[in-house]
Design a protein around this ligand. Structure first.
Ligand code: FES
Ligand SMILES: [Fe+2]
Length: 378
């Protein structure tokens, strides 16, 4: 890819939707483009990591790799959520993997130990080391924020606060009271495609009648007015779209919903790489973690109001919600993996958009605003 960040290359992506071209195929395969996205997007913006109820108790932790950076999110002894670089201050070992519960964080290499607030509390064998002050060797803290029950992480100091990042998004979603929801079903998928394909796919309904034939009904959403780092749409309907099409019974609407939230579903692309669906009876979310230009980890969760989970019929209807999500996500993954294979061909060319792909156009232009050499916000 010659001069991959020259804005002149992308002039046609910048045109209005029905005149625009899609991103050049190399944006999905070129390691230099991927590296630029990591530097200018994922290492700068707030990244959705998990739901707060995934680490509910003191000592619960989750180790995640975001944009190639290992991080720890944990709940400390005072129940405060904290995030740290998952890198030992001695000689750099990764400290924790996966998830679990710990009283302290012990390095697997030489055994340095850190309290849950990040302080170095034991470093046996360092007694004779001159001018070694343990208070200077605590874990490196990372910025953490909580919104609607989601936990976000940001690398690097400064930049936007979470409220600036979200812009006017909260206004649309408040009446769902998502901070009181419980996440009951999680899945992680390894998808052999570029992270942008996962997000673009979620932001358009053009593929629904083909990819999800028999799984989902077609949806014709209208785009929302968005300020901040998101774009989204809303689709008017009645009844549940979250359960299997042939489910005999579904949950009633969430009682607190107001306005458009009570009349349909919000589909939100929350940049850089998450997707939220706030619908009449539940909420689901996806977070796409770039691993390589052609590899993405998709983490998903299905959440319900706590009150709904106490209904006597909840256990009997839940499997129909799980069946729907466990069918539709793999259908999307297969579609985007096929797309990646086609895009990697030397014969791949930029394409065109239908009127139903405004969300894809919005995602691609948000990315270009940040990665190109000039003309962007950074
Ligand atoms: S690298 Fe962690 S104790 Fe040595
Ligand atoms: Fe889909």
């Amino acid at each position: 890819m010659t001069q991959p960040f020259d804005p002149a290359r992308y002039e046609r992506v910048r045109l209005p939707l029905l005149e625009a071209e899609t991103l050049p195929p190399a944006c999905y395969t070129d390691p230099a483009f991927f590296a630029r996205e990591m530097d200018r997007i994922f290492r700068v913006h707030w990244n959705l990591v998990c739901r707060a109820d995934e680490i509910p108790e003191p000592g619960n932790y989750l180790a995640v790799d975001l944009a190639g950076i290992p991080a720890i999110v944990l709940r400390d002894d005072d129940r405060t959520l904290r995030a740290f670089a998952n890198t030992c201050r001695h000689r750099g070992s990764r400290l924790l993997s996966g998830s679990g519960t710990a009283k302290a964080i012990s390095c697997p290499y030489h055994g340095w130990s850190y309290a849950l607030d990040g302080k170095l509390i034991a470093a046996a064998g360092m007694e004779e080391t001159k001018n070694f002050d343990p208070t200077e060797f605590g874990l490196i803290p990372l910025s953490l924020a909580e919104w609607a029950g989601f936990v976000f992480l940001k690398f690097g100091a400064g930049g936007e606060e979470i409220d600036e990042h979200l812009g006017n998004l909260s206004g649309y979603l408040e009446s769902h009271e998502a901070e009181r929801m419980v996440c009951l079903h999680r899945r992680t998928y390894d998808v052999a495609c570029n992270w942008k394909l996962c997000l673009e796919n979620q932001r358009e309904s053009y593929h629904v009648a083909v990819v999800h034939r028999g799984t989902l009904k077609d949806q014709l959403p209208e785009q929302l007015e968005a300020f901040g780092n998101w774009s989204g749409s809303w689709f008017r309907h009645e009844g549940s779209i979250a359960a299997r099409l042939d489910a005999e019974k579904t949950l009633p609407p969430i009682p607190t919903l107001e306005g458009r939230a009570a009349e349909g579903t919000y589909f939100i692309g929350l940049y850089p790489a998450s997707f939220l669906v706030f619908t009449l009876d539940c909420m689901w979310w996806m977070s796409f973690r770039p691993i390589a230009p052609d590899r993405t980890q998709a983490v998903t969760g299905l959440c319900f109001p706590e009150t709904a989970t106490r209904r006597p019929d909840f256990a009997s209807v839940l499997p129909d919600y799980i069946a729907r999500t466990d069918t539709s996500h793999p259908e999307d993954n297969r579609a985007t993996e096929m797309q990646q294979r086609g895009l990697a061909s030397p014969h791949a060319r930029a394409g065109r958009f239908s009127r139903r792909e405004a969300g894809v156009h919005a995602v691609d232009n948000w990315i270009l605003d940040r990665v190109l050499d000039t003309g962007g916000k950074d």
